[in-house]
Design a protein around this ligand. Structure first.
Ligand SMILES: [Zn+2]
Length: 303
């Protein structure tokens, strides 16, 4: 599933810049920093204050994952971020060094490159460019940082859970601003619309999609549904326990990853079908809170 584009869009005008700069040589030794983050900065310097703010938010993000999912933080975990000062260098590096396989290229075919940043498990780093981190991490980079945290602590994470948890934690870390609240309200509205139109993906399709299948789903729908499902599973201790058991079972797989739908069917009281019914009811109930404060819509109310 990784590297991946999470569907966050940059303004199109950024695309007009031509990529003609020579690519800087990249090395492991570029990464520097004593905190939880190690930064590789290309072509610019970052004020110490910004670096501290970024370290603080990644530390909080890690802590939120740890307390919610109950894992033991790896003592050697460092979040590595490579940040290009120049947009042309960022796009050059992305295409010549990172997104080099056919599947990645196919996924982008016919679409402008509008990816603000991405995480790659191959080199375990987030790659982005300067404008995306003006001294703090926005929702997009927090989402990518969540991937790095999950990738460091778990094996065989289903694609929906990887993406759903990343959005959940990214939105929940800070009190959502007006823009985020609007985005979250829009998500609830879309979910209800799809539910009424009967166009929501079947739960089984969503939870069983591997990285490659997930990329081929309608991306807005797949990400929104994943976020919503993860939120529901975090909403009660029984649901959360079911999700943790499911994830735990996947850490000791000796065969091919088992279909997630079968696990849910076995672990959720009433099975997969009952979870699907409960989830649709959750979507309907959430819509009545659409205009209320974001305590429910953002997942920020979850401890
Ligand atoms: Zn993602």
């Amino acid at each position: 599933m990784i590297p991946h584009a999470c569907g966050f869009l940059l303004p199109l005008l950024l695309m007009s810049k031509t990529a003609e700069a020579a690519l800087p040589a990249l090395s492991e030794r570029d990464f520097k920093g004593n905190g939880i983050c190690q930064l590789a900065l290309h072509g610019f310097a970052m004020p110490a204050q910004s670096e501290k703010a970024i370290n603080d938010s990644v530390q909080q993000l890690l802590e939120r994952h740890r307390t919610t999912l109950g894992f033991k933080t790896r003592p050697d975990f460092r979040l590595r971020m490579r940040v290009f000062g120049d947009y042309a260098d960022y796009t050059n590096a992305t295409f010549s060094l990172y997104w080099t396989n056919a599947a990645d290229r196919r996924a982008l075919q016919g679409r402008p490159f509008t990816v603000a940043g991405f995480y790659t498990s191959a080199t375990k780093e987030i790659v982005t460019w300067r404008q995306q981190m003006p001294g703090f991490l926005g929702t997009t980079l927090l989402h990518e940082a969540s991937h790095a945290i999950m990738d460091a602590h778990y094996e065989n994470v289903p694609a929906w859970l990887m993406e759903g948890s990343a959005d959940y934690f990214a939105f929940a870390l800070h009190p959502p601003g007006e823009l985020q609240q609007r985005m979250l309200r829009q998500r609830w509205t879309r979910l209800n619309q799809w539910l009424r139109e009967r166009s929501l993906l079947p739960l089984k399709t969503l939870v069983n999609a591997d990285g490659s299948a997930f990329k081929h789903l309608d991306s807005e729908m797949a990400y929104t549904m994943s976020w919503s499902l993860f939120q529901l599973l975090m909403s009660t201790s029984a649901n959360r326990q079911m999700m943790l058991t499911m994830l735990g079972e996947r850490q000791s797989l000796t065969e091919e990853p088992m279909p997630c739908s079968k696990q849910i069917d076995r672990l959720y009281s009433g099975g997969l079908q009952r979870l699907e019914v409960a989830w649709h009811a959750w979507i309907v109930a959430g819509s009545s809170a659409t205009n209320a404060p974001a305590s429910r819509s953002g997942g920020a109310g979850i401890r």
